[in-house]
Design a protein around this ligand. Structure first.
Ligand SMILES: *Cc1c(COP(=O)(O)O)cnc(C)c1O
Length: 407
């Protein structure tokens, strides 16, 4: 028989979201009358906007005509969309040939690991989006074998003590650094000065940064950088991964992009972009042309106005949740709400509580589902993530219940 790929036995159990779902289901079975509201999952809830929907349905209809039909497109993506992304989002910072269109950021994060082989040390923020580590383990990178004790993964604690920006001196030279800003789950958004430190560190120490900016559209503070290429030197060391999922509600439509500047190089001087092009043209066959028609519509004037309003809706939800979570009942218990207004997530610290215990208590007393911070990494212990993705009426009802919550 064929031996199981040992990389898979090195994965930590996929524990977080299945466990959340299990506890919710158990509670519902015991309390069939409870109207449970989820402020737990990072999934969009509001419908696609009219201009963008029309672009996609028009395109889908045209595929049914001789004139409008097209088969495989370029594996790197529609030239027009690559150009539009470069022009609208990276003016003077990246060119169209450095933009690659994909079926989403998660998929790119997974595929990009094939570029770096198993010897490259990896550094991740702690807490972090689970794909960075799990994707590395699956390709056998990150010293993933158990006998190595995962020693090639360096966790970078991001806590209230360091303002959710890690101590970079922990990172080994020649590492791949995963960095997510605005961050999932902490909601922290790195300043220009912080990203400058990161970029300078990477350039000095031979590192490459995988910068996940899937939530850039939530940044409202004009002083905060919306792409890492606003930082001088980033074109030498940073790859940006991005997505229409949180920007335009494309979580189900599936469309993302990566930016790989020609000047990011391997030790032997080969541009990383050449190998990325090879991966995208070999292991991927292009994003859906219907989704790409929607992507183009997102980036024209009407689309930009619509997506801004869509994101504003979630930001307003977050504001309501912040008010509720900063109520007297929480303040008196020493609860701290970390939220700057530039992310869909509120990161909330419950002193003296384990994440799963406070999760259970909120589920039990308020019938509200959250996400335990410890599920994103050891430094998430005692925190809970509240997500602002939800219908306004549900968010308001959840806030009402939280206001009466007794800790
Ligand atoms: C939601 C999310 C993404 C987006 O993934 P898609 O595959 O494009 O839907 C990427 N990174 C983080 C941190 C996310 O939370």
């Amino acid at each position: 028989m064929i031996e199981r790929n040992e990389c898979f036995s090195n994965l930590a159990a996929g524990y977080l979201f299945p466990e959340v779902a299990k506890r919710r289901k158990l509670y519902q079975e015991k309390h069939p009358e409870a109207k449970i509201i989820s402020l737990g999952i990072g999934n969009t809830t509001e419908p696609l906007t009219p201009h963008i929907t029309k672009a996609m349905s028009d395109y889908a209809k045209s595929l049914g005509t001789k004139k409008g039909y097209s088969g495989y497109g370029d594996e790197q993506g529609l030239t027009e969309l690559r150009k539009k992304i470069a022009d609208v989002l990276y003016p003077g910072m990246a060119s169209a040939d450095e933009v690659f269109i994909s079926d989403g950021a998660k998929c790119d994060i997974a595929r990009i690991q094939t570029l770096f082989g198993r010897k490259t040390p990896i550094a991740v923020q702690d807490p972090a989006y689970p794909v960075y580590v799990d994707g590395s383990v699956i390709v056998g990178a990150a010293g993933a074998y158990k006998k190595d004790g995962y020693k090639k993964v360096t966790y970078l604690p991001c806590t209230q003590e360091n303002n959710f920006f890690p101590d970079l001196s922990l990172i080994k030279p020649d590492s791949l650094i995963y960095f997510c800003s605005p961050n999932n789950p902490t909601g922290a958004c790195a300043t220009k000065a912080q990203l400058k430190k990161l970029v300078d560190f990477a350039n000095r120490n031979g590192c490459i940064i995988i910068f996940d900016s899937a939530y850039y559209a939530f940044i409202r503070d004009a002083k905060l950088p919306r792409t890492i290429y606003e930082i001088p030197g980033a074109r030498k060391c940073a790859i940006e991964i991005n997505s229409f999922s949180k920007l335009a509600g494309f979580t189900g439509v599936r469309l993302g992009w990566s930016v790989v500047p020609s000047s990011v190089k391997f030790a032997d001087g080969t541009p990383v972009k050449n190998d990325w092009n090879r991966v995208m043209t070999t292991l991927f066959n292009g994003a859906s042309n219907i989704a790409q028609a929607g992507g183009l519509a997102c980036l024209d004037k009407e689309g930009q106005t619509e997506t801004k309003a869509l994101v504003d809706y979630y930001l307003e939800n977050a504001k309501l949740m912040k008010e509720a979570l900063e109520g007297k009942n929480f303040k008196d218990a020493g609860v701290k709400v970390y939220y700057t207004g530039d992310s869909p997530y509120l990161w909330v610290y419950f002193p003296g509580w384990k994440s799963w215990d406070i999760f259970d208590k909120i589920l039990n007393d308020c019938n509200v589902v959250t996400t335990p911070g410890s599920g994103f990494g050891p430094s998430g212990e005692s925190y809970v993530r509240f997500s602002s993705f939800g219908h306004r009426a549900d968010v308001k009802e959840a806030c009402k219940r939280l206001t009466k919550f007794v800790l």
